[in-house]
Ligand binder design. Structure first.
Ligand code: UD1
Ligand code: UDP
Length: 363
């Protein structure tokens, strides 16, 4: 089988790392990087640490408005797919790179498969929610990380080609956890002790591009009962500077560069709790049993809230302060995101479904 995998943003590198390896065990893969994330610490470091093969194509699209960025990806992707002629096009998550792949891929004679299908926040103001919905509807195969995601797809009339595989980020984390505690010296580099700091990440459009929301988050983090370590996304650095919040943030919080995956996992594992608006970090916190304060009003990962590991507080400073200060304890630890074998399952299903779609393909 010939698979073309399309990635472009940080969380997609983490997800693709585990799946790419499995694809290359049984077939051919062409990896396309759209260029959406391009800084060394947002891209290269993941390829090096996670041993992801060098992409055969980099579309070099970089940052722009949603429309222009997605359009440039579509324009540059089409000739690549024309030349590669893959049997399947593999898409991850909910970024503009995912949507571009869905639009070009669904009009070609190839099977479009979506990893992390069926997630819904219910908030259509999030660009990611639109990307998720459109990508699922353009895909022939939907690999859902949870049972709830399968239900979300069914509610939208998508039931054929849907498989509950588990979550590939769980596979990635299981591989990284032990490695990170051996390989990472980030705690000593930053002078931190296990359980004695809060980790924070912020990058959602609603939190970065509305000054009052970003200011409220900084105010609340400054009041946290423990020191706050804040690996800042470039978008957030840019907004903190533009809004005149940079000095306060850097004086009161430990603002550091975005971290490589192993250092980040080490920080997340060791943190007393985490405050974040990231999708992936909410889940990883749950896997690592670190309590999570989510700086959003809703989540695609409801199971983490139901199990008591995650509190949704939006950007309201009083609610953030309360969730960071209060003693709250999770009541259970279910495993709604599979068994750590999602990537293996996805590759087997892909092979099987391609054989069914075109039995002559293997001849
Ligand atoms: C994107 C995804 C989001 C995902 C996130 C992961 C979309 C719509 N959003 O958001 O779903 O959660 O990636 O991190 O696809 N920038 C740099 N260097 C980089 C990359 C970005 O400086 O390497 C800055 C640029 O100023 C850019 C801004 O960050 O304008 C936003 O980058 P972009 O990729 O558009 O969106 P993210 O916020 O990263
Ligand atoms: N991550 C990282 N370094 C950081 C912040 C996050 O390696 O400084 C990893 C994190 O462990 C997770 C992924 O990046 O695997 C999440 O990416 P992000 O929060 O950017 O996007 P989202 O998951 O919200 O789409």
């Amino acid at each position: 089988m010939r698979v073309c995998s399309i990635v472009g943003a940080r969380p997609q590198f983490v997800k693709a790392a585990v799946v790419s390896r499995k694809i290359r065990d049984v077939g051919e893969e062409t990896l396309v990087h759209t260029g959406q994330h391009y800084d060394e610490e947002m891209s290269d470091v993941f390829f090096e640490e996670l041993d992801i093969p060098e992409p055969e194509y980099n579309l070099g699209v970089a940052s722009d408005t949603h429309g222009r960025q997605t359009a440039a990806m579509i324009t540059r992707l089409e000739p690549v797919l024309e030349s590669v002629q893959p049997d399947a096009i593999l898409l991850y998550g909910d970024t503009n790179s995912t949507l571009a792949g869905a639009i070009v891929g669904s009009k070609r004679d190839a099977t479009v498969a979506h990893v992390e299908a069926g997630l819904r926040s219910g908030n259509r103001e999030m660009p990611e929610e639109i990307n998720r919905i459109l990508t699922d509807h353009a895909s022939e195969l939907c690999f859902a990380p949870s049972e709830a995601a399968v239900g979300n797809l069914a509610a939208e009339g998508i039931s054929e080609g849907v498989f509950w595989t588990g979550d590939v980020m769980y596979d990635a984390l299981l591989e990284a956890r032990d490695r990170s505690s051996e390989a990472s010296s980030i705690l000593s580099e930053l002078g931190l002790r296990e359980g004695e700091f809060v980790l924070a990440t912020v990058h959602r459009q609603r939190n970065t591009d509305v000054r009052s929301n970003l200011a409220s988050i900084v105010d609340a983090l400054v009041d946290a009962p423990l020191p706050v370590v804040f690996p800042a996304h470039p978008r957030t650095v840019d907004r903190l500077q533009a809004y005149g919040l940079w000095e306060r943030a850097t004086e009161e919080l430990e603002v550091i560069e975005p971290q490589g995956y192993l250092d980040f996992v080490r920080l997340l594992d060791a943190a007393e709790r985490v405050a974040t608006d990231s999708g992936g970090v909410q889940k990883e916190a749950f896997f690592l049993e670190t309590r999570c304060v989510t700086l959003r009003e809703e989540t695609e990962w409801e199971e983490t809230v139901d199990a008591g590991w995650n509190q949704l507080v939006g950007s309201d400073p009083a609610r953030i302060r309360a969730a960071l200060a209060a003693d709250w304890y999770p009541n259970s630890h279910p495993r709604p995101y599979g068994d750590g074998l999602a990537s293996r399952r996805i590759v087997s299903l892909l092979q099987r479904e391609l054989d069914v779609a075109d039995p002559d393909r293997r001849l």
